[in-house]
Design a binder for this molecule. Structure first.
Ligand SMILES: [Zn+2]
Length: 302
C-alpha cells in the first residue's frame, strides 16, 4: 500500500457546537457512514450579528436545531455551499427558509444527469436542481462584518466543488476535496480525475496553515497533505498500469489486485475510482479503451 497517513482524530459530540479556531464554530451532523466518516461538518463563521454558514448538512431535526440555537438572536446572512452532494446540501431548503440567507455556490454543473446505478454509494446522491442566489466562481468573494471568504474552484470530487479561504487567516475550508480521514472519492460521471489532480496542484502554491474539511478533523501542514495525495494518486496510476500489463485487463480485475483488502460496501466506489484513473490515462493516451467504458471493457496499454 501507500505511505499515506490518514488523520482520523476529531473531538466532537454530535450537534454540539465547538469553536475550532477563533470565530469558526463546527457542528457535526449525526450522519456517519463509510462515505461521510463521523458525519458532515457544518461551519459557522463570525462573532458579530451577521454570520456565514458553510454546508447545511443533512436534513435532520437535531442538526437544524443545533444550528439555530447556536445562532440565537443573531442572523445567518450567507449560506455557502461547497458542492451539491446530498450530505452537504439536503438541509438547505429548511435552513434557507428559516434564515432568509443569501445562498452562495458555484451552481450545479450538468456534467451528467447520473443515476442511482452510477453513484458510488448506490443511492441518489446529488441535487441537480441547485441554483445559488449568488453564483461564486474562482476568486469570488463574500464578506460580513467580521469575516471574509474567497472562493477557490476545486472540481474533481464534484464538478461544482468550491473550497473557501477565510481571508487573512490562512484557513481553508476544503470541503470534500481534501479530507484527513480518507482520500476523496473521485467517481465518474460526477468525479473527474484530471480535474481532481489539477485541483490538488492548485493547493500546493498556497500558504494555508490549516484546512477544515467537510468530514473529519482539522488538517495541519495541509500542503504536505495535498502533496501526499498527489503522490498517492500517481502511485495508484502506476499500480493500475502494471495490473493491465500483467493481464488484469478490465476494471473489475484491476480492483481485485490493486485493493488487497476492501470493505464490500466500497467495491463500487473503488471500481469507479479505478474508472476515473482509466479515463485520465486514456486522455493522456497511455491506455486504450473500447467505448463505452464499463467495468468489464477490455483495456490495453497504448
Ligand atoms: Zn461529503
Amino acid at each position: 500500500m501507500t505511505e499515506l497517513k490518514f488523520r482520523t482524530e476529531i473531538e466532537f459530540d454530535y450537534d454540539v457546537p465547538r469553536e475550532v479556531t477563533k470565530g469558526v464554530t463546527r457542528i457535526v451532523a449525526n450522519n456517519p457512514s463509510v462515505f461521510t466518516f463521523k458525519g458532515t461538518n457544518t461551519y459557522i463563521l463570525g462573532e458579530g450579528d451577521d454570520l456565514a454558514l458553510i454546508d447545511p448538512g443533512p436534513e435532520d431535526d437535531a442538526h437544524f436545531e443545533a444550528i439555530m440555537q447556536h445562532v440565537g438572536p443573531r442572523r445567518i446572512s450567507h449560506i455557502l455551499i461547497t458542492h451539491t452532494h446530498i450530505d452537504h446540501i439536503e438541509g438547505l431548503p429548511r435552513l434557507a427558509a428559516a434564515t432568509g440567507a443569501t445562498v452562495c455556490g458555484y451552481g450545479r454543473v450538468a456534467r451528467d444527469s447520473g443515476t442511482i446505478s452510477t453513484s458510488p454509494s448506490g443511492a441518489e446522491s446529488y441535487d441537480l436542481a441547485f441554483t445559488p442566489d449568488l453564483q461564486l466562481s474562482d476568486g469570488g468573494e463574500v464578506a460580513g462584518s467580521d469575516w471574509a471568504i474567497k472562493a477557490l474552484f476545486t472540481p474533481g470530487h464534484a464538478p461544482d466543488h468550491l473550497s473557501f479561504e477565510l481571508k487573512d487567516r490562512k484557513v481553508l475550508f476544503s470541503g470534500d476535496h481534501v479530507m484527513g480521514w480518507n482520500t476523496s472519492v473521485v467517481a465518474p460521471p460526477e468525479g473527474n480525475m484530471s480535474d481532481y489532480l489539477a485541483s490538488l496542484e492548485k493547493l500546493l502554491d498556497r500558504s494555508d496553515d490549516v484546512y477544515f474539511p467537510g468530514h473529519g478533523g482539522r488538517i495541519e501542514q495541509p500542503q504536505r497533505f495535498a502533496k501526499a495525495y498527489l503522490v498517492h494518486r500517481r502511485w495508484r496510476e502506476q499500480a493500475i498500469m502494471s495490473a493491465i500489463e500483467n493481464g488484469h485487463t478490465n476494471i473489475t480485475k484491476i480492483v481485485a489486485v490493486v485493493y488487497k483488502t476492501l470493505d464490500p460496501r466500497l467495491v463500487r466506489a473503488a471500481s469507479l475510482s479505478v474508472q476515473a484513473h482509466i479515463e485520465h490515462l486514456a486522455e493522456q493516451s497511455k491506455v486504450m479503451v473500447a467505448e463505452p467504458l464499463t467495468f468489464e471493457s477490455t483495456l490495453t496499454l497504448a
